[in-house]
Design a protein around this ligand. Sequence first.
Ligand SMILES: NC(=O)c1ccc[n+]([C@@H]2O[C@H](COP(=O)([O-])OP(=O)(O)OC[C@H]3O[C@@H](n4cnc5c(N)ncnc54)[C@H](O)[C@@H]3O)[C@@H](O)[C@H]2O)c1
Length: 262
Amino acid sequence: MDVSGVSAVVTGAASGLGRAVVNALAARAARVAAIDLPSTELASLASERVFTVPVDVTDGPMMESAFDDISNRHGRPRILVNCAGILAPARVFKIDRETGFAKPRNMTDLRRVIDVNLTGTFNTIRLFAAGLSDETGDDGADRGVIINTSSVAAYEALSGQAGYGASKAGVAAMTLPLARELARFGIRVVAVAPGSFETGVFERVPPQTQKQLLDDVPFPRRAGRPSEFASLVMEIVGNQMLNGAVVRIDGAVRMREPVGVA
Ligand SMILES: NC(=O)c1ccc[n+]([C@@H]2O[C@H](COP(=O)([O-])OP(=O)(O)OC[C@H]3O[C@@H](n4cnc5c(N)ncnc54)[C@H](O)[C@@H]3O)[C@@H](O)[C@H]2O)c1
């Protein structure tokens, strides 16, 4: 797909991977709707080609009106890149210091990480796809492309990441059924599974764990750059044979439990 003049939506747009994608799309003259929670970082993205939309991706009605607004301003979106996500721990129990007994944790963290990373991703997909539901791919031309952000944690999540890993495995698992469902409308669906990238999510990992994670990357032994993620996204947008796949971008890392962190 040639992105020039095309309406595109990016979630998690204010920082990290999403921000790099907004910049890459705008540099190729796409008309970008940048969705994120309200912040000065989000507001700072506004430009002639970028329209900022402060909204929570988990909010059904607010997202519906956001998509109406985006279509009115930029035309019906044909590119959707879902980057909104959180890295929240979801452990199963903790030991009560006074009694020494295990106490099950509540469900709040698990529900939140599934809600933002998995349900929020599905929320944008349903609104995006509905906007293109009167189209067909009969002539072989791309009508739309959806790119979701999974993670290597979908396959190798660490201790404490049961919720995060499950949310990202869910994003990976919905790639093929969505690609099959949306094929007749000429819409492709691809997921990207990054290893460690230099962004807000990675910066919130404790420094010792960060070092161990990077020491395990065969090559190149460093965190990925948001521009490298954006470059892959742009390739997926332009390459029609990429469909129904989960693409790892990780320097060949296979995460293992860092020593002494369990
Ligand atoms: N950085 C990494 O190492 C890494 C690795 C694998 C996967 N990922 C995934 O990449 C995606 C982008 O993360 P990042 O690394 O750029 O981190 P980031 O924290 O810089 O960006 C995430 C963005 O999502 C936004 N967001 C969070 N909850 C939201 C909500 N409910 N509604 C709207 N926006 C919301 C945040 O405000 C933030 O701007 C995430 O899904 C993350 O899980 C990151």
